[in-house]
Design a protein around this ligand. Structure first.
Ligand code: NAD
Length: 346
């Protein structure tokens, strides 16, 4: 039977992308947690959620005794993920949290420890691991479709409109960390790892924070990263809130190249394989199944105890790499990395 999930945070992504997909999945919307009682009442009516299953942030702990709610889906600003995950585990619930998992390795570790103590599941909503184009790309790279991989280039950018840290949490350091890397560039970082099939052995990076731009008072506008993998393959990752739209991943091997453009959108993925003088346009399936796919995967883990493909440990690994990227940029030097993403102390 379907897993009852309380939605924590009724923002753009949960309302427009995730909640409409619950009805086709092995999860159902069993409760809401919101700071806006009026909005929550309206959303509850639309999803058939009883009014006594609507909670505020102040009485969130009361979900502990609500048996209709078995799990929570956290779609709050990133800086609040750790706090609400820990509170959900304390209430005995499973947790599916949006990406990025949190804002530091320490926060990720707190979430993992709380899940273990509560003996509950923790999954990061890395939807690309359930998206046909990205799954096929991983498989092709494993099969050597472009030969040994030599370089990977990813670009995740958009030009943000006028805003300030007070108006928009994505521009506020306490809620968004360094900015575009955690939010959008994370897709490029993840792609570099799952397409190469390797963890980087060293990292170098640059950040840009233009002066006198209210958008970038607290966060970086752009982060550029270089990774070197043990095989000798290299990756260049660019992410920005200050450049025209792009969402691309390119893998070039000794025998060909794979181009994903757009690479990790909600829909409309295009993937091209160039090799042996041929251009092949691949169509492995409907990208929109990624939303239901991740909900079903979570439900199976909750019901049957199956292993989660995108566990807290993966979120922690990525946050270690992000910390290493910022450290490399700040110190202006190349840093050696251990297999788990931590900076090696020589
Ligand atoms: P949003 O701004 O649209 O929604 C955030 C919600 O949190 C709002 O309802 C807001 O009222 C609420 N909130 C509670 N406390 C808040 C506070 N202190 N400050 C600001 N807002 C507060 O953001 P979003 O785009 O829905 O993003 C939410 C999460 O989902 C983020 O972690 C983001 O990275 C993630 N996300 C993931 C994807 C994906 O493709 N997987 C896409 C978009 C967003």
């Amino acid at each position: 039977d379907s897993v009852g999930v309380a939605i924590v945070g009724l923002g753009g992504y949960s309302l427009n992308q995730m909640m409409p997909r619950f009805g086709q999945s092995k999860c159902h919307v069993a409760g809401l947690v919101s700071g806006n009682a009026q909005k929550a009442r309206r959303v509850a009516a639309a999803y058939g959620v009883p009014q006594d299953a609507v909670y505020g942030y102040d009485n969130f702990a009361d979900i502990a005794s609500d048996e209709r709610i078995e799990a929570v889906y956290i779609a709050l600003p990133t800086g609040l993920h750790a706090e609400y995950a820990v509170r959900a585990f304390a209430a005995g619930k499973h947790v599916l949290t949006e990406k990025p998992m949190a804002l530091s390795p320490a926060e990720c570790q707190r979430m993992i420890d709380a899940a273990r103590r509560a003996d509950r599941k923790l999954m990061v909503a890395y939807r690309c691991h359930f998206e046909p184009y990205n799954l096929r790309a991983m498989e092709l790279m494993r099969e050597g479709a472009v030969g040994p991989i030599r370089n990977i280039r990813t670009t995740q950018t958009y030009a943000a409109g006028r805003t300030t840290p007070a108006e928009n949490w994505r521009f506020n350091r306490a809620l968004a960390g360094g900015g575009p890397l955690e939010d959008y560039g994370l897709y490029g970082l993840q792609s570099a790892l799952y397409l190469s099939g390797e963890m980087p052995e060293s990292v170098a990076a640059f950040t840009d924070q233009p002066a006198n731009d209210p958008r970038f008072e607290q966060i970086f506008a752009t982060t550029g990263t270089q990774l070197r993998f043990p095989s000798g393959a290299m990756a260049q990752l660019i992410t920005s809130y200050d450049a025209a739209n792009a969402n691309q991943a390119l893998v070039r091997g000794q025998a060909g190249e794979l181009i994903m453009d757009p690479a990790t959108n909600y829909s409309g993925q295009v993937m091209t394989l160039n090799r042996n003088g041929n251009t092949e346009r691949l169509n492995p399936g409907d990208p929109t199944v990624q939303f239901v796919g991740q909900l079903d995967h979570f439900a199976e883990a909750v019901r049957q105890g199956t292993k989660i493909k995108t566990p807290g440990e993966m979120g922690l690994r990525d946050m270690r790499l992000i910390e290493a990227i910022y450290t490399a940029a700040r110190e202006g030097r190349t840093l050696p990395l251990a297999q788990d993403g931590t900076i090696k102390s020589n």
